[in-house]
Design a protein around this ligand. Structure first.
Ligand code: ADP
Length: 298
């Protein structure tokens, strides 16, 4: 019998290879224990869910980036997703408005609902979906257009304004909600790219708000901003929560603690722990969460 047949016949253990066989078995046991230790702990589900995610798995080609993640996003809450770089935070965030559809090798399996809508249903048109579940990126990315047109573009293509007066109203109210109106009301015809970094990010938030989203996804929205602009955007997030549901990816734990009500900790593609932000930061239940927030990992 050759070694390969022995492996098959003995269920993976090679009896006459002694230490090598044990090593293989031990490795399997170790992997199993590690996997079991990565079962999500905490409160994954909420009573008033706006989005529900069940058994979500994401692959880039053969490589699995998200493993069996289930979680709710509550109405009018800010959910912070934290974890070491490469743990899958952005990948999971991008599942929530099918942004991963734009990556050829990316495959999403599982079930994600926005209220009653199965967002991965074949009949769903991603253009209106991405208005309902808007996105603000790490680096402010205004269009090379005027401040007015940056905000007006979405409502125009989604047919949200019948008249110019309607459109003016949407632009003004969106800029007000984004806390930018006072700074730009006298120069709406100037290029959005001429604003400061913090103003540009608030312009992008106004652009997302203008198409009447229900959920706003933010992927490290302050990482390119200075501390003052960061504080302004964080205050804005707190105000926006009254009207919207927000999911924010951040590598900054102080920011997660400041802006969110619930926190989800990811580790190597697994959702390790979810709970109220206060509880996760003061009394983490999982060793991996504790290691991360105390600076022992990541
Ligand atoms: P995080 O946001 O936590 O830093 P990401 O979601 O960006 O993590 O990445 C999770 C894993 O998926 C990483 O291993 C990363 O290399 C991989 N990944 C992310 N985007 C792509 C892509 N477009 N193609 C292939 N692999 C990717």
């Amino acid at each position: 019998m050759d070694a390969m047949s022995a492996v098959v016949d003995s269920g993976g253990v090679i009896p006459f290879l002694g230490a090598a066989a044990m090593t293989q078995k031990e490795t399997q046991t170790k992997e199993k224990v590690e996997r079991e230790n990565r079962t999500t702990v905490g409160s994954l589900f909420v009573d008033d869910a706006r989005m529900t995610c069940r058994s979500v798995n994401v692959y880039y080609g053969d490589k699995q980036a998200i493993r069996d993640v289930s979680i709710d996003v509550g109405r009018n809450e800010v959910l912070a997703m934290i974890g070491p770089s490469g743990c899958g935070k952005s990948t999971f965030l991008r599942c929530l408005n099918r942004m991963n559809d734009t990556v050829d090798i990316c495959r999403v399996v599982g079930d994600i609902h926005l209220d009653e809508l199965n967002i991965y249903d074949k009949s769903v048109d991603v253009v209106p979906l991405r208005a309902q579940v808007g996105m603000v990126f790490q680096k402010p990315n205004p269009f090379p257009k005027s401040i007015y047109d940056n905000v007006a573009y979405g409502p125009k293509i989604h047919g949200l304004a019948e008249t110019r007066t309607d459109l003016d109203g949407i632009v003004e109210s969106s800029l007000k909600k984004a806390g930018l109106w006072k700074e730009v009301s006298d120069r709406l015809d100037q290029p959005g790219t001429g604003l400061s970094g913090g103003q540009q990010q608030r312009l992008c938030i106004a652009r997302a708000i203008a198409v009447r989203p229900e959920v706003i996804l933010m992927d490290e929205p302050c990482s390119a901003l200075d501390p003052i602009a960061t504080a302004t955007v964080e205050d804005l997030i707190a105000e926006l929560r009254e009207q919207y549901t927000i999911v924010i990816v951040t590598h900054n734990m102080q920011q997660a603690a400041r802006v969110s009500q619930r926190t989800a900790y990811f580790h190597l593609g697994d959702l390790i722990e979810v709970g109220s932000t206060d509880r996760v930061f003061t009394n983490p239940r999982h060793r991996l969460t504790e290691d991360y927030i105390t600076g022992r990992f990541g």
